[in-house]
Design a binder for this molecule. Structure first.
Ligand code: HEM
Length: 413
């Protein structure tokens, strides 16, 4: 039986989205009392999906495509154009494999060793300062780590400039006005930087380890056996560098959570159960806001649970709301790391970095790395002697990505 899809009343809800931020789709879901409903944002009809069952639909590659899903302003800042996010079918699987081969156990362990080394070195400098701004320090640390891991040379004098460029790409994506334009400029300059390195690799003018992404992506061939256009290689290398720096947003929240839950910090200090570190990091990814939703378009007309989906309709999956869904999570608005002891590991109920399959779907290629880097940082901060002086640690539910207002001012002893 064909059912009428519940619909949010009103003409366009872009303003409400900007005003309400992360919980926007979840608030509407409650209002219309349905995990599937129609809305209208950015001047177009959209279908919103929320919750575990709806997420499993969203990740059905036969039903949704990505090629024309991301708005231009997001491509010009966050994603770049022609990258893996915009591919479908075989072309996507082939390009995604290029990313996933980097995420082997050895590849990831190498990153964690770099992180440990950089944290130890940075801590020596932090102790000499009166105070540090953690967000800025961690962004620099992650830029250095990302460049080493990817094989991109980073002279000391360029660290601040490259950190700012990479951070602009994800901090400007949801902004309007000057911040957005700064993000576009940083993307352009960042792509030029990486293109010049790809040229040097291809012309044998630069020595680079053959295991590094800079080398493997530069020589990657598409399904027709052709090398990728140098701009696309740059977009994909930035698809590694940029999100590694973005892990800083979670590190801010990690430290905030340690501060706000001193009993959890004590538990971690005294535990001999390594799993507790993982549960804490997972709860940070579940509880705090980062990506509000993922976007796709209906590939061809279909009917699901009685609802009609029309070809080309923009479809948004509520990531934040699914992570706070009371049908799946008890007391979803409480920070409770121990809940992950019971979590069954479903690919659809806990989706801060997307859901479904890594290789065949669009789930985040860097999710294991994100969790691993967070765990290294958590072990470090749990045992580190620091204080947070009086400051504004509140964070916005409308800024994307969100972070504590003070950016975490820290005194390190
Ligand atoms: C895709 C979030 C870190 C590489 C995604 C998606 C989200 C996401 C929501 C889209 C899922 C979808 O469209 O269904 C995050 C968050 C991170 C993070 C919150 C924490 C900072 C990373 C890291 C890397 C990475 C560290 C690489 C080292 C990618 C790539 C894609 C992606 C390549 C595209 C995958 C595809 O289209 O098949 N991420 N990510 N991300 N992420 Fe991440």
């Amino acid at each position: 039986m064909i059912k009428k899809m519940p619909k949010e009343s009103g003409i366009d809800h872009t303003l409400a989205l900007l005003k309400e931020g992360y919980p926007f789709l979840f608030n509407r879901r409650q209002e219309v009392d349905s995990t599937i409903f129609k809305t209208r944002i950015l001047g177009q009809q959209a279908i919103a999906l929320s919750g575990k069952e709806a997420a499993s639909l969203f990740y059905d590659n036969e039903k949704f495509r990505r090629s024309d899903a991301a708005p231009k302003r997001i491509q010009k800042t966050l994603f770049g154009e022609g990258g893996v996010q915009s591919l479908d079918g075989e072309a996507h699987h082939h390009r995604k494999a290029m990313f996933m081969t980097l995420m082997s156990r050895d590849g990831l362990n190498e990153m964690y060793e770099i992180i440990d080394k950089e944290l130890t070195a940075a801590n020596q400098n932090w102790k000499k300062e009166n105070h540090i701004v953690l967000d800025k320090e961690i962004q620099k640390l992650l830029t250095k780590a990302a460049c080493q891991w990817v094989g991109v040379p980073l002279p000391d004098k360029e660290i601040n400039q490259r950190t700012e460029q990479l951070a602009d790409m994800f901090e400007s994506a949801a902004s309007i006005g000057p911040k957005h334009w700064k993000g576009r400029k940083s993307r352009k300059n960042g792509e030029e930087w990486i293109i010049s390195l790809v040229r040097q690799v291809r012309n044998n003018e630069m020595a680079v380890d053959e295991d590094r992404a800079l080398y493997t992506f530069s020589w990657h061939r598409d399904l027709d056996g052709n090398l990728l256009n140098e701009k696309i290689v740059a977009v994909e290398l930035l698809n590694l560098l940029r999100p590694i720096v973005a892990i800083s947003a979670y590190i801010n929240f990690l430290v905030l959570a340690l501060y706000e839950h001193p009993e959890e910090r004590e538990n971690l200090k005294n535990t001999d159960n390594e799993n507790r570190f993982e549960w804490f990091c997972q709860e940070v990814r579940r509880y705090y806001p980062f990506f509000p939703f993922a976007a796709a378009r209906v590939k061809r007309d279909f009917i699901w649970n009685g609802f009609t989906f029309k070809e080309g309709t923009l479809t948004l999956l509520d990531l934040y709301g699914t992570n706070h869904d009371p049908n799946e999570w008890s007391e979803p608005n409480q920070f409770k790391p121990d809940r992950f002891q019971e979590w069954k590991g479903s690919p659809f109920d806990f989706i801060p970095q997307g859901g479904g399959e890594f290789n065949l779907g669009h789930r985040c290629a860097g999710e294991w790395m994100t969790l691993g880097v967070m765990k290294r940082c958590l072990s470090f901060f749990v045992h580190m002697d620091f204080e947070l002086p009086e400051q504004d640690l509140s964070y916005s539910m409308t800024e994307m990505p969100s972070k504590p207002k003070s950016k975490i001012i820290m005194q390190v002893h």
